[in-house]
Design a protein around this ligand. Sequence first.
Ligand SMILES: [Fe+2]
Ligand SMILES: [Fe+2]
Length: 195
Amino acid sequence: MTTNAPLALDRRTGWPADLRVLLDQHPRKTWPGHPNLGALCRFWLERHAMFRELARALAAGAEALRQGKVDAAEFQPWFAPRMRFFLQQLHHHHLIEDHNYFPLFIAAEKRLVRGFQVLEADHGVIDADIHELGAASDGLLSALRRPTADLPGATAALGGRLPGFSRKLDRHLDDEEDLIIPLILERSEAALGVG
Ligand SMILES: [Fe+2]
Ligand SMILES: [Fe+2]
């Protein structure tokens, strides 16, 4: 794993040349009309778009609370179900990728194995963040219910984490798409056993 250190989630800015072999043949602008962009690809890209959007919305909501633009009574019923859904779905999404999809992709394309090791390591980093965000979110929701609680402290504890988390998540999702979509376009979902 030492050799993958430069590709750690908080350090890399995209894939190195050896992991761009298929991306160079299938750049993003060719994806939308490609005949091999099947139902799974479309569903999976939509899930990624939803995670990006939810991460931004939750960060913006926490910032609005910090600035006093929304009050607790308005914030709590908006925030609580969205945060719970976001963290649970993202964790579940990682489990499916690690156990159901990555093994098929690794078996199909040995040149990209290192990329999948990096993505699996990302999941570990993001899952630790999910745990921390869950605790900070519970702390904020509990502070919102108690008039004597340190609400500014609880708001900052959550709000301070969300923008950095969103940046890491964007990096992971972009790189994951750049590794997997070109592979599927090259081989097809059916040939890879995911269609
Ligand atoms: Fe992932
Ligand atoms: Fe993903």
